[in-house]
Design a binder for this molecule. Sequence first.
Ligand code: SAM
Length: 280
Amino acid sequence: MSYYEFSFVVAPDASDAFTRLLVDRGCLGVYEHAPHLVAYFPDSIGIDAIRHRIDDALAALKESGLPGDVTYEHVYLSERDWNETWKKKFQPIDVGKTLAIVPPWETSPAGRTAIIVDPGMAFGTGHHETTRFCLATIERLAGQTAHGRFCDIGTGTGILAIAARKLGYAEAVGVDIDPLAIDAARRNVILNELDNVTIHEGSVEKTTGQYDLVAANLLSEILKSLAPQIVARMKPDGLALLSGIMAGQEDEVIETFTALGTTVIEKLVDGRWVSLVIRR
Ligand code: SAM
Protein backbone atom coordinates (compact mmCIF):
# COMPACT_ATOMS: atom_id res chain seq x y z
CA MET A 1 0.00 0.00 0.00
CA SER A 2 1.12 3.59 -0.58
CA TYR A 3 0.57 6.61 1.62
CA TYR A 4 0.25 10.37 1.78
CA GLU A 5 2.55 12.15 4.21
CA PHE A 6 1.13 15.43 5.52
CA SER A 7 3.33 17.96 7.34
CA PHE A 8 1.23 20.30 9.48
CA VAL A 9 2.35 23.41 11.30
CA VAL A 10 0.14 23.51 14.40
CA ALA A 11 0.29 25.64 17.55
CA PRO A 12 1.98 23.57 20.31
CA ASP A 13 -1.17 23.90 22.44
CA ALA A 14 -3.28 22.28 19.76
CA SER A 15 -0.92 19.53 18.69
CA ASP A 16 -2.20 16.70 20.96
CA ALA A 17 -5.82 17.38 20.22
CA PHE A 18 -5.17 17.68 16.49
CA THR A 19 -3.27 14.36 16.51
CA ARG A 20 -6.24 12.69 18.09
CA LEU A 21 -8.69 14.25 15.65
CA LEU A 22 -6.59 13.00 12.72
CA VAL A 23 -6.34 9.47 14.14
CA ASP A 24 -10.11 9.42 14.51
CA ARG A 25 -10.38 10.27 10.84
CA GLY A 26 -8.32 7.41 9.48
CA CYS A 27 -4.79 8.75 9.97
CA LEU A 28 -2.49 5.78 10.55
CA GLY A 29 0.37 7.37 12.44
CA VAL A 30 1.55 10.77 13.64
CA TYR A 31 4.85 11.97 15.02
CA GLU A 32 6.19 15.36 16.03
CA HIS A 33 9.17 16.71 14.16
CA ALA A 34 9.30 20.30 15.39
CA PRO A 35 7.89 22.56 14.13
CA HIS A 36 5.90 19.99 12.15
CA LEU A 37 3.36 17.37 13.01
CA VAL A 38 3.78 14.65 10.41
CA ALA A 39 0.80 12.41 9.68
CA TYR A 40 0.20 9.48 7.34
CA PHE A 41 -2.97 8.45 5.52
CA PRO A 42 -3.32 5.40 3.23
CA ASP A 43 -3.76 6.36 -0.42
CA SER A 44 -6.75 3.98 -0.57
CA ILE A 45 -8.84 6.73 1.07
CA GLY A 46 -8.20 9.03 -1.91
CA ILE A 47 -6.64 12.48 -1.70
CA ASP A 48 -9.97 14.36 -1.97
CA ALA A 49 -11.49 12.39 0.87
CA ILE A 50 -8.34 12.89 2.97
CA ARG A 51 -8.51 16.66 2.45
CA HIS A 52 -12.16 16.57 3.45
CA ARG A 53 -11.30 14.67 6.65
CA ILE A 54 -8.54 17.17 7.44
CA ASP A 55 -11.00 20.04 6.98
CA ASP A 56 -13.34 18.27 9.34
CA ALA A 57 -10.54 17.83 11.93
CA LEU A 58 -9.67 21.52 11.62
CA ALA A 59 -13.31 22.52 12.15
CA ALA A 60 -13.46 20.31 15.28
CA LEU A 61 -10.22 21.84 16.55
CA LYS A 62 -11.59 25.37 16.18
CA GLU A 63 -14.86 24.34 17.81
CA SER A 64 -12.95 23.04 20.85
CA GLY A 65 -11.53 26.53 21.35
CA LEU A 66 -7.91 25.54 20.63
CA PRO A 67 -5.78 27.56 18.20
CA GLY A 68 -6.99 26.46 14.77
CA ASP A 69 -4.45 28.22 12.54
CA VAL A 70 -2.93 25.24 10.78
CA THR A 71 -1.01 25.15 7.51
CA TYR A 72 0.04 22.01 5.73
CA GLU A 73 1.56 20.40 2.68
CA HIS A 74 1.69 16.79 1.54
CA VAL A 75 3.75 14.32 -0.48
CA TYR A 76 2.89 10.91 -1.92
CA LEU A 77 4.96 7.98 -0.62
CA SER A 78 5.16 4.69 -2.46
CA GLU A 79 5.14 1.56 -0.30
CA ARG A 80 8.93 1.42 -0.43
CA ASP A 81 9.30 5.05 0.65
CA TRP A 82 6.87 4.38 3.50
CA ASN A 83 8.91 1.51 4.93
CA GLU A 84 12.10 3.55 4.72
CA THR A 85 10.44 6.56 6.33
CA TRP A 86 9.20 4.55 9.29
CA LYS A 87 12.54 2.88 9.80
CA LYS A 88 14.25 6.25 10.01
CA LYS A 89 11.71 7.83 12.33
CA PHE A 90 10.84 4.99 14.67
CA GLN A 91 13.58 4.60 17.28
CA PRO A 92 13.54 2.71 20.62
CA ILE A 93 11.93 4.63 23.49
CA ASP A 94 12.30 3.91 27.22
CA VAL A 95 8.97 3.92 29.05
CA GLY A 96 8.20 3.71 32.75
CA LYS A 97 10.83 2.18 35.01
CA THR A 98 11.45 -1.07 33.17
CA LEU A 99 10.05 -1.03 29.64
CA ALA A 100 11.36 -0.04 26.22
CA ILE A 101 9.39 0.11 22.98
CA VAL A 102 11.62 -1.27 20.26
CA PRO A 103 11.01 -1.64 16.53
CA PRO A 104 11.86 -5.09 15.17
CA TRP A 105 14.91 -3.84 13.25
CA GLU A 106 16.60 -2.34 16.37
CA THR A 107 18.39 -4.07 19.27
CA SER A 108 16.68 -4.07 22.65
CA PRO A 109 18.26 -1.77 25.25
CA ALA A 110 20.05 -3.71 28.00
CA GLY A 111 18.29 -3.93 31.36
CA ARG A 112 14.80 -3.14 30.03
CA THR A 113 11.91 -5.37 29.02
CA ALA A 114 11.49 -4.88 25.28
CA ILE A 115 8.03 -4.47 23.83
CA ILE A 116 8.69 -5.11 20.15
CA VAL A 117 6.33 -3.06 18.02
CA ASP A 118 6.26 -3.04 14.26
CA PRO A 119 4.19 0.08 13.79
CA GLY A 120 2.56 -1.29 10.65
CA MET A 121 -0.44 0.89 10.12
CA ALA A 122 -1.99 1.13 13.55
CA PHE A 123 -2.03 3.61 16.42
CA GLY A 124 0.14 2.64 19.36
CA THR A 125 3.79 3.08 18.47
CA GLY A 126 4.55 4.73 21.79
CA HIS A 127 5.05 8.04 20.03
CA HIS A 128 1.83 9.28 21.55
CA GLU A 129 1.87 10.38 25.19
CA THR A 130 -1.31 8.53 26.06
CA THR A 131 0.24 5.20 25.01
CA ARG A 132 3.39 5.82 27.07
CA PHE A 133 1.29 6.96 29.96
CA CYS A 134 -0.89 3.82 29.84
CA LEU A 135 2.22 1.64 29.71
CA ALA A 136 3.76 3.32 32.77
CA THR A 137 0.46 3.02 34.66
CA ILE A 138 0.01 -0.67 33.75
CA GLU A 139 3.59 -1.27 34.89
CA ARG A 140 2.88 0.40 38.23
CA LEU A 141 -0.49 -1.34 38.74
CA ALA A 142 0.97 -4.74 37.84
CA GLY A 143 3.24 -4.41 40.86
CA GLN A 144 0.33 -3.55 43.18
CA THR A 145 -2.66 -5.62 42.12
CA ALA A 146 -3.66 -9.14 41.16
CA HIS A 147 -2.49 -9.83 37.64
CA GLY A 148 -4.56 -12.64 36.28
CA ARG A 149 -6.55 -11.35 33.32
CA PHE A 150 -5.92 -8.15 31.34
CA CYS A 151 -8.09 -6.70 28.59
CA ASP A 152 -7.37 -3.82 26.19
CA ILE A 153 -10.30 -2.18 24.44
CA GLY A 154 -9.01 -0.48 21.25
CA THR A 155 -5.69 -2.27 21.17
CA GLY A 156 -4.15 -0.60 18.07
CA THR A 157 -0.73 -2.22 17.61
CA GLY A 158 -1.46 -4.49 20.62
CA ILE A 159 1.18 -2.64 22.61
CA LEU A 160 -0.68 -2.52 25.95
CA ALA A 161 -1.76 -6.18 25.80
CA ILE A 162 1.79 -7.25 24.93
CA ALA A 163 3.22 -5.14 27.75
CA ALA A 164 0.68 -6.47 30.26
CA ARG A 165 1.62 -10.06 29.44
CA LYS A 166 5.32 -9.23 29.76
CA LEU A 167 4.60 -7.51 33.08
CA GLY A 168 3.18 -10.72 34.49
CA TYR A 169 -0.52 -10.89 33.60
CA ALA A 170 -1.34 -14.53 32.98
CA GLU A 171 -3.61 -13.69 30.05
CA ALA A 172 -4.11 -10.62 27.87
CA VAL A 173 -6.87 -9.92 25.36
CA GLY A 174 -6.98 -7.04 22.88
CA VAL A 175 -9.89 -5.97 20.68
CA ASP A 176 -10.11 -3.34 17.95
CA ILE A 177 -12.70 -2.42 15.36
CA ASP A 178 -10.01 -1.56 12.79
CA PRO A 179 -8.89 -4.58 10.70
CA LEU A 180 -5.50 -2.94 10.04
CA ALA A 181 -4.93 -2.70 13.79
CA ILE A 182 -5.84 -6.38 14.17
CA ASP A 183 -3.24 -7.39 11.56
CA ALA A 184 -0.59 -5.21 13.21
CA ALA A 185 -1.43 -6.44 16.73
CA ARG A 186 -1.35 -10.12 15.73
CA ARG A 187 1.98 -9.63 13.99
CA ASN A 188 3.37 -7.92 17.10
CA VAL A 189 2.22 -10.73 19.40
CA ILE A 190 4.19 -13.14 17.21
CA LEU A 191 7.24 -10.85 17.14
CA ASN A 192 7.21 -10.82 20.95
CA GLU A 193 6.93 -14.64 21.04
CA LEU A 194 4.08 -14.55 23.53
CA ASP A 195 1.45 -17.11 24.40
CA ASN A 196 -1.87 -16.27 26.07
CA VAL A 197 -2.32 -13.01 24.18
CA THR A 198 -5.38 -13.04 21.93
CA ILE A 199 -6.49 -10.34 19.55
CA HIS A 200 -10.07 -10.12 18.26
CA GLU A 201 -11.60 -7.88 15.65
CA GLY A 202 -14.54 -6.05 17.21
CA SER A 203 -15.17 -4.29 20.46
CA VAL A 204 -16.02 -5.15 24.07
CA GLU A 205 -18.60 -7.73 22.96
CA LYS A 206 -15.70 -9.89 21.72
CA THR A 207 -14.28 -10.23 25.25
CA THR A 208 -15.47 -12.89 27.65
CA GLY A 209 -15.69 -13.13 31.43
CA GLN A 210 -14.17 -10.52 33.72
CA TYR A 211 -10.73 -9.01 34.09
CA ASP A 212 -8.42 -7.79 36.86
CA LEU A 213 -7.50 -4.78 34.72
CA VAL A 214 -9.31 -3.35 31.69
CA ALA A 215 -7.45 -0.66 29.71
CA ALA A 216 -9.25 1.63 27.30
CA ASN A 217 -7.24 4.39 25.60
CA LEU A 218 -10.16 5.87 23.66
CA LEU A 219 -11.77 9.25 23.30
CA SER A 220 -14.23 10.42 25.98
CA GLU A 221 -17.27 9.94 23.77
CA ILE A 222 -16.34 6.34 23.01
CA LEU A 223 -15.52 5.66 26.66
CA LYS A 224 -18.92 6.96 27.70
CA SER A 225 -20.77 4.93 25.09
CA LEU A 226 -18.92 1.72 26.04
CA ALA A 227 -19.11 2.38 29.80
CA PRO A 228 -21.76 -0.23 30.77
CA GLN A 229 -19.92 -2.93 28.82
CA ILE A 230 -16.53 -1.93 30.22
CA VAL A 231 -17.82 -2.02 33.81
CA ALA A 232 -19.46 -5.41 33.20
CA ARG A 233 -16.03 -6.75 32.16
CA MET A 234 -14.34 -5.62 35.41
CA LYS A 235 -14.07 -8.20 38.19
CA PRO A 236 -15.68 -7.09 41.48
CA ASP A 237 -12.86 -5.05 43.01
CA GLY A 238 -11.12 -5.09 39.61
CA LEU A 239 -9.60 -1.98 38.01
CA ALA A 240 -9.96 -0.11 34.74
CA LEU A 241 -7.54 2.40 33.24
CA LEU A 242 -9.48 4.94 31.17
CA SER A 243 -7.22 7.10 29.04
CA GLY A 244 -7.33 9.40 26.03
CA ILE A 245 -9.62 11.86 27.82
CA MET A 246 -8.97 15.46 26.85
CA ALA A 247 -8.61 17.78 29.85
CA GLY A 248 -11.96 19.38 30.56
CA GLN A 249 -13.92 16.30 29.50
CA GLU A 250 -13.07 14.13 32.50
CA ASP A 251 -16.07 15.12 34.65
CA GLU A 252 -18.55 13.66 32.14
CA VAL A 253 -16.56 10.42 32.00
CA ILE A 254 -16.33 10.25 35.80
CA GLU A 255 -20.08 10.86 36.12
CA THR A 256 -20.89 8.08 33.64
CA PHE A 257 -18.63 5.52 35.28
CA THR A 258 -19.52 6.36 38.90
CA ALA A 259 -23.22 6.05 38.04
CA LEU A 260 -22.38 2.46 37.09
CA GLY A 261 -21.05 1.67 40.57
CA THR A 262 -17.33 2.33 40.15
CA THR A 263 -15.09 4.63 42.18
CA VAL A 264 -12.30 6.79 40.84
CA ILE A 265 -9.16 5.87 42.75
CA GLU A 266 -6.67 7.89 40.71
CA LYS A 267 -6.96 10.87 38.41
CA LEU A 268 -3.75 11.45 36.50
CA VAL A 269 -3.11 14.53 34.42
CA ASP A 270 -0.39 14.52 31.80
CA GLY A 271 -0.35 17.77 29.88
CA ARG A 272 -3.67 18.03 28.13
CA TRP A 273 -4.60 14.38 28.65
CA VAL A 274 -6.38 12.91 31.65
CA SER A 275 -6.41 9.26 32.68
CA LEU A 276 -8.54 7.67 35.37
CA VAL A 277 -8.02 4.50 37.36
CA ILE A 278 -11.38 3.26 38.58
CA ARG A 279 -12.33 0.36 40.83
CA ARG A 280 -15.54 -1.61 40.60
N1 SAM B 1 -4.31 0.85 22.91
C1 SAM B 1 -3.41 1.52 21.97
C2 SAM B 1 -2.56 2.54 22.69
O1 SAM B 1 -2.82 2.80 23.87
O2 SAM B 1 -1.64 3.10 22.08
C3 SAM B 1 -4.19 2.19 20.83
C4 SAM B 1 -5.14 3.28 21.27
S1 SAM B 1 -5.80 4.22 19.91
C5 SAM B 1 -5.92 5.79 20.64
C6 SAM B 1 -7.50 3.77 19.91
C7 SAM B 1 -7.82 2.49 19.16
O3 SAM B 1 -9.18 2.18 19.46
C8 SAM B 1 -7.73 2.58 17.65
O4 SAM B 1 -6.91 1.52 17.18
C9 SAM B 1 -9.18 2.42 17.17
O5 SAM B 1 -9.28 1.66 15.98
C10 SAM B 1 -9.81 1.66 18.32
N2 SAM B 1 -11.25 1.89 18.54
C11 SAM B 1 -11.97 3.03 18.33
N3 SAM B 1 -13.25 2.84 18.71
C12 SAM B 1 -13.34 1.56 19.18
C13 SAM B 1 -14.39 0.77 19.72
N4 SAM B 1 -15.63 1.25 19.85
N5 SAM B 1 -14.12 -0.49 20.10
C14 SAM B 1 -12.89 -1.02 19.96
N6 SAM B 1 -11.85 -0.32 19.43
C15 SAM B 1 -12.07 0.95 19.06
